[in-house]
Design a protein around this ligand. Structure first.
Ligand code: UT7
Length: 308
């Protein structure tokens, strides 16, 4: 039994917050944000709740896949900005979609989508599920201290969704490599109902090193060389991290997908949004090998290699 990527979808809020808008809010500049991070603007949810964003992304992914919500066996939402402490955001999403099966959240910060992908793949390959919806959805604007210039310029809101389904043909998911190290939690965290706190410089170095090692492991597991990778779809935390990673893997920048300039860091939503855009822009076609990699609070990190 193989796991097929059946459909993808995205929702980003309409409201755009530019670096120039931020110049009026904190002591920062478009020049600093652009050169240090690659971000030019981000989307900020006004009316939209995290459930609404997850719903809109899921509806598009389900339609793309030709799957009815009632056919879903499992709905997983990866988020660090849940609608309530409980029930899970996935349960609210299930209700909104009238989805079948069972639903639960994953808390793995920016790596959340990859953790969800691993679960979906394992459930499908073990025969326990045949249709699994994995959503990364974040309303980070509610978790950001808008007076802290070192973090508030980095994050944005949005959602991305992928429908995975069982297939008799070869699996689209070639290999997954996940890690976490809870002893490093203080590098990036938010207290319950508190703001995001980050030791940026420390995290930068760990992110580049850990993502590179994870990428190499996942390629080795699948017996695939970096040259065979059509596109890297990395978590969008900082364009300098992305470029360093590409350089270390010996890949030219045109083989790495970047949309951080438009959305900033959307944590768990980052990879599924980027994957969807890369597919819709024709940067990924059926049969192409795609490498996804992320690093986030926990600390958590990992990679997944797919043949789309
Ligand atoms: O999604 C999870 C994974 N996230 C990451 O991996 C993020 C990793 N870290 C980073 O991306 C970068 O460390 C940041 C973008 C967060 C920061 O960039 P940096 O080049 O590491 O800057 P820094 O923190 O070392 O700060 C350099 C200077 C400081 O001033 P001094 O001490 O040199 O005078 C900061 O106070 O930049 C100052 N600064 C700012 N200046 C203007 C910090 N934030 C700002 C700002 N505007 N928004």
């Amino acid at each position: 039994m193989g796991t097929r990527i059946a459909g993808t979808g995205v929702y980003v809020p309409e409201h755009v917050l530019t670096n120039y808008d931020l110049e009026k809010m904190v002591d920062t500049s478009d020049e600093w944000i652009t050169t240090r991070t690659g971000i030019k603007e981000r989307r900020i949810a006004k009316e939209e709740s995290v459930v609404f964003m997850a719903k809109r992304a899921s509806e598009e992914a389900l339609e793309d896949a030709g799957v009815k919500p009632q056919e879903l066996d499992v709905t997983v939402v990866a988020t660090i900005t849940p609608a309530k402490r409980f029930p899970s955001t996935a349960c609210f999403l299930q209700a909104e979609l009238s989805a079948g099966g069972y639903a639960f959240d994953i808390s793995a910060a920016c790596s959340g989508f990859l953790y969800g992908l691993e679960l979906a793949d394992a459930l499908i390959k073990s025969g326990k599920a045949s249709k699994v919806l994995v959503v990364g959805a974040e309303k980070l604007s509610e978790a950001v201290d808008w007076e802290d210039r070192s973090t508030c310029v980095l994050f944005g809101d949005g959602a991305g969704a992928v429908v995975f389904e069982a297939s008799d043909s070869e699996s689209d998911v070639l290999a997954v490599d996940l890690s976490s190290d809870g002893s490093l939690w203080e590098i990036l965290y938010a207290d319950s109902c508190g703001y995001i706190r980050m030791k940026g410089r420390e995290l930068f170095k760990i992110a580049v090193r850990n993502m590179e090692e994870s990428c190499r492991r996942v390629l080795e597991k699948a017996g695939v060389s970096p040259e065979e990778v059509k596109l890297v779809v990395p978590h969008q935390a900082n364009v300098r991290i992305i470029n360093s990673l590409a350089q270390r893997l010996g890949l030219s920048e045109d083989r790495v997908f970047v949309n951080i300039d438009r959305y900033g860091n959307t944590s768990a939503a980052s990879i599924p949004i980027a994957l969807h855009e890369a597919i819709k822009e024709g940067r990924i076609n059926r049969g192409d090998i795609v490498l996804m990699t992320a690093m986030g609070g926990g600390l958590t990190w990992g990679s997944a290699l797919i043949r789309y």
